[in-house]
Design a protein around this ligand. Sequence first.
Ligand SMILES: [Zn+2]
Length: 201
Amino acid sequence: MNCKEALPLIHEYLDGDLQGSDSQRLKEHLISCQACHALFRQLEKTDAMVRMLPPVRVSETLTAQIMSGLPPVKKRNSWMDFIRKHPAVSVAVVFATVMFGSFMSMWNDDTNLMVKGSNLQDVVIEGNTVTVPQGHTVKGDLVVQRGKLKVEGEVTGNLIVIDGSLNLASTAHISGHVTQVDEALGWVWYKLGEFVGMLSH
Ligand SMILES: [Zn+2]
């Protein structure tokens, strides 16, 4: 062992953390090295003196004074970090949080039939019944809210029925997915999906 190796071991020994073979090797070095032996004695004395000092009580005002005297720690804005790392999730969460209330009131207030699609000239609306007649094609998605949807013809996109009923005739052909949303929560998810879809376009 050289002196460079011995120094940290001396500190460990004085802390009471040195065990086994390290302790033995340090002992051998201290016997053979006068410099380290002197240092060891000095540190041992200092250590003993420190241990003899009465415990010091620090007043709370002193702690506060020291803490206030320190330069301010630059606060990391973890919320901003999160937004930077997950922009899409953050937008969705904020959107959901802010809009949830208004969705709920929309859900409760809105009792009118709503039909949405990019291609509605082949759709027949009578009262609250929406029909895609046989031999007719709706190109793209068709969304019907609070109504009865009857499909005899073709829909090339997705079919979404919100709080309504769906009747698919044997002649009906839907190329996309058929989704029925019956509950307010489902409605929120549907609107959220629509919103996220809007962002990604
Ligand atoms: Zn030494």
